[in-house]
Design a protein around this ligand. Structure first.
Ligand SMILES: [Zn+2]
Ligand SMILES: [Zn+2]
Length: 253
């Protein structure tokens, strides 16, 4: 057996090792991995699954002997949660107390607790579980956070209290509303200006006087008959009068 320095077997050393040789047929090797790295990865994965070698429960779990569910005292805790979240909890208690032990996505933690990306990406601040994205396999892994930890951090560390978080939330909603209203007003001003200009131009063309906003246009004295609202090339919703061809922007309410 050759010393691979990594302390792991290679295919040459052990041609009958199922774990190593199975990877040859595995077309899952990522392009950035050499064959040797991929073999090592597969071996580790297989050992981990079978809980052998360094992953034998005896080695890691015995040292944590006596760790009990923080709610009911059961010894059957979720070891993955213990490892990732440092939270000893059994599966029954997870179900029983969703207000503490449900998992939040990153988006939920951002929207509901006003946490930021840098905060959420820092496992020292908030540990998270990584899960492959169920919708798009090539997307980033989903980051899942434990609700009571997010709340503890958001209430105590970041905002000071649940009430302070609520206040900040209200403040941001109010700002959002104000920005929306300002945008609406400015679009309304633009619209009036545009309509007046159009009416003026048409009146002049017909030898008439400049009209007011909302006036029937030209000497024809017709009421505009608006067609269906359509999106123009600038992505703005407009409607056109079927009689005179005048075009106005349609405001979104
Ligand atoms: Zn329990
Ligand atoms: Zn018209």
């Amino acid at each position: 057996m050759t010393d691979t320095k990594g302390g792991f077997l290679s295919t040459e050393d052990d041609p009958y090792n199922r774990v190593l040789n199975a990877t040859e047929q595995d077309n899952g090797k990522p392009a950035h991995m050499t064959l040797k790295e991929w073999e090592r990865h597969q071996l580790l994965k297989s050992l981990r699954q079978r809980k052998e070698g360094p992953f034998e429960p005896g080695l890691s779990l015995l040292s944590k002997d006596g760790v009990k569910c923080r709610e009911c005292g059961s010894l059957e805790i979720d070891w993955q949660w213990e490892e990732v979240f440092h939270c000893a909890i059994c599966s029954r208690c997870k179900e029983k107390f969703p207000e503490k032990y449900s998992l939040l996505t990153k988006t939920e933690a951002k929207d509901d607790y006003l946490l930021t990306d840098p905060e959420l990406k820092d496992p020292e601040l908030l540990p998270h579980l990584s899960k492959p994205n169920p919708h798009k396999s090539h997307w980033h892994d989903m980051m899942l956070f434990l609700r009571y930890q997010v709340e503890e951090y958001a209430f105590s560390t970041k905002w000071g209290s649940a009430e302070a978080l609520d206040a900040e939330f209200e403040k941001r909603e109010a700002e959002k509303k104000k920005r929306k209203e300002e945008k609406f007003k400015s679009r309304l001003r633009d619209l009036k200006k545009k309509t007046r200009t159009e009416a003026f131009r048409r009146n002049m063309g017909n030898g008439g006087k400049p009209g007011q906003f909302g006036d029937a246009v030209g000497s024809g004295k017709h009421q505009h008959e608006w067609g269906q609202t359509v999106e123009n090339t600038d992505g703005i919703s407009v409607k056109t009068c079927v009689e005179c061809g005048m075009e106005v922007e349609e405001l979104e309410f």
